[in-house]
Structures are given as structure tokens and as C-alpha cells.
Design a binder for this molecule. Structure first.
Ligand code: ZN
Length: 349
């Protein structure tokens, strides 16, 4: 009887001990003790055909255990507003008052960032946000994806992939709520979307469900049972304050929603839900000129833009397939066959 009671008391003490004393949080070479923040770099070694790269990260580790929120910026190298927002958030999130942990990837696609390329990596011509979950023995983009999957997504409970219009995309802010995960993951994702506070939400029902071919970063989390968002704020390689502030405000809303901080902005009450959306693409390589602006409302059949050959001969008029709002439109002339010219959304499914 007495031995039994002692064993129970000991077990309770051990359980309480592990619950209250946070362990250090380690991501790659970065170790953050409870109540501290730490930054460092994960090296991605070279393989034949490339020079390798690195992944600048930070870990902000609270004093109490809780959610692990991953924030990833710079998946596309000319998307600067999220990169700048993470610099501000790195300084603003106080680990001493934080519950849980924030992992930041400051610039996910350093090869593209340093070469100032849009869409594709200069190392392998791949779009990093189309090669998830990545491959340990693959091309450089595939290896970056594999490290982000293993070191960041697998360690997180919630993931936000922070984008803006790429260097050629004039974009009005919106985020994607992805509905294809398990019902409880989709519902948690919906609540994250509202907490982020952006007033236009694209309802995305078409992401793959296979965890081994998740393709997109946020979908890599969702296919692993973790709620995630992709957000878009900014564009055209600009660094406007409003777009940066919108991301800071969004993360503050999420920290409150996830009970990682006590104060913060409330969820948005009545966002515009875009039930239908379509990426419009060019059938030709040539010179593109937009006929609309971001945020413009257009009728079905309205001309979105025109592609000419290099001598000025009209090749194609791209028209709206349904009435809706222009979420982004390409704002620079260079155009390759099959590439996007714009993105349209409608509240009517
Ligand atoms: Zn992007």
C-alpha cells in the first residue's frame, strides 16, 4: 500500500515537472532556451550541379509550452513585404511573455532572392512552391523544400506561408483558406484565416490531398494534419508600409487566437468569401499589357489584357471567364506561354 502511494506521488511529480519546465527548442543549429529568442542559419550543402544554399531562421521560445507557429517568408525571391514584416516581428514578439514557440524562416529561397528572380530559382528553374515536400537528394529547390518540411513544418502545430504578388504581380491583399484537409484541420484553418484579419478570403477547394505530393508549402502542413494558411500582401517588388503592417497585424491576430499572447486584434467579422477563383494564363510568348487594375470589378467577358508579338501584332485578348474582382494582374510586359496574366475571384460559386 505504502509503496504504491509513493509510486503514484512520484509519477504525479514527474508529470507536473515535464509540463511546467519548458525544454529548449532546437531547430537545426539554433537552440532557444525558454523565454529567449535565437537566430542562425541551416546550411544546405552543395551537390553536383549547384553550390548549395542556406536558410536564415529564428526561434522565439516562450516560457510556457503551447502551439508552435511557423512563419515562412521569401519562398519567392522578389516577395519582399513578408521578409520585412518578419524582421519587425522578430523584434516585436517577446519570448518572456509568449506561450508556445514561433519558428521563422526569414528568406526561404535565398538563391532566387539574391539573383532577384521571379517564380523560378536560378539554380534549377523550379518554382519552390511547386516541389513540396521536397527531396533530400534532389535539385536545390527540392532540397530547400525537404529541409523546410523536416525542420519547420514537421516541428510546427500551425503554419503560415507569407507571400505577396511576385516582382511582376500587381496584387490586392487576400489569403487562401484551404478546405481539402481533414474536417477539423479545415475548420482550424478557417479560424486562422479569420484571425489573420484580411478582408478577402479565397476558398481553395483544389489542393492535392497526398502528403507525398503536397506540392505547396502550406498544403504540406495540411496533408500532415496541421492547419495552415497562405497569405498575400504586397507586390511588384515594392516595400510599402501598409502591406508590411497588414502582415504584422495578421500575425498578432493569430498569436491572440492561438492563445500564445493575451492581447491582439480581433478576428475579422464579415470578410468577402471568394467561393470561385481562376488563374488566367497567356497562350503566347510575347508582350503583355494589362487592361485592368488590381481590385477592379469586371463583367464576364471583359478584356483583362492583351498579348502582342514583339512587333506589336495582337496575338490574344484574355477575357474574364466570369464576373468578379481582379485579385492580381501582371504589371510588367514580359510574358511566356502558359504563365499567369492575372487572378480573378467571385463571391458566387
Ligand atoms: Zn509567392
Amino acid at each position: 500500500m505504502r509503496v504504491c502511494c509513493l509510486a503514484v506521488i512520484l509519477a504525479v511529480h514527474i508529470a507536473l515537472g515535464t509540463a511546467s519546465a519548458q525544454q529548449p527548442f532546437i531547430v537545426g543549429p539554433v537552440t532557444a532556451a525558454p523565454g529567449t529568442a535565437a537566430s542562425g542559419t541551416i546550411q544546405i550543402p552543395p551537390r553536383p550541379g549547384d553550390e548549395g544554399t542556406s536558410l536564415p531562421i529564428s526561434v522565439i521560445h516562450g516560457t510556457r509550452s503551447g502551439p508552435v507557429l511557423a512563419l515562412v517568408a521569401g519562398v519567392h525571391g522578389q516577395e519582399y513585404t513578408p521578409i520585412l514584416a518578419l524582421q519587425k516581428l522578430r523584434a516585436a514578439i517577446d519570448p518572456r511573455t509568449l506561450t508556445g514557440t514561433v519558428i521563422m524562416v526569414h528568406v526561404a529561397n535565398l538563391p532566387s532572392y539574391l539573383a532577384r528572380t521571379i517564380y523560378y530559382s536560378p539554380a534549377d528553374d523550379k518554382n519552390l512552391n511547386r516541389v513540396f515536400p521536397g527531396k533530400a537528394d534532389g535539385t536545390l529547390s527540392e532540397r530547400i523544400a525537404e529541409v523546410i518540411t523536416r525542420e519547420v513544418i514537421e516541428r510546427a502545430t500551425h503554419v503560415v506561408d507569407l507571400h505577396c504578388g511576385d516582382g511582376n504581380e500587381s496584387l490586392r491583399p487576400y489569403l487562401y483558406w484551404i478546405t481539402t484537409g481533414a474536417p477539423q484541420v479545415a475548420e482550424a484553418g478557417r479560424q486562422m484565416a479569420l484571425a489573420f484579419g484580411m478582408d478577402h478570403i479565397v476558398v481553395d477547394r483544389e489542393r492535392p490531398v497526398d502528403a507525398k505530393a503536397s506540392i505547396y508549402l502550406s498544403n504540406t502542413a495540411i496533408t500532415r494534419g496541421k492547419p495552415a494558411l497562405t497569405i498575400e500582401s504586397g507586390g511588384m517588388a515594392e516595400i510599402d508600409t501598409d502591406s508590411i503592417l497588414r502582415i504584422e497585424r495578421g500575425v498578432a491576430g493569430l498569436l491572440k487566437h492561438l492563445k500564445m499572447r493575451t492581447d491582439g486584434p480581433d478576428p475579422i467579422a464579415n470578410p468577402v468569401l471568394l467561393e470561385r477563383s481562376a488563374v488566367l494564363r497567356s497562350s503566347f510568348t510575347g508582350i503583355f499589357l494589362a487592361a485592368v487594375e488590381k481590385g477592379q470589378t469586371v463583367a464576364q467577358g471583359a478584356v483583362i489584357g492583351r498579348v502582342t508579338d514583339f512587333h506589336g501584332q495582337l496575338l490574344e485578348e484574355i477575357k474574364a471567364p466570369f464576373a468578379g474582382e481582379i485579385l492580381y494582374v501582371v504589371g510588367t510586359p514580359a510574358m511566356n506561354k502558359g504563365e499567369p496574366v492575372g487572378f480573378i475571384g467571385s463571391t458566387v460559386r
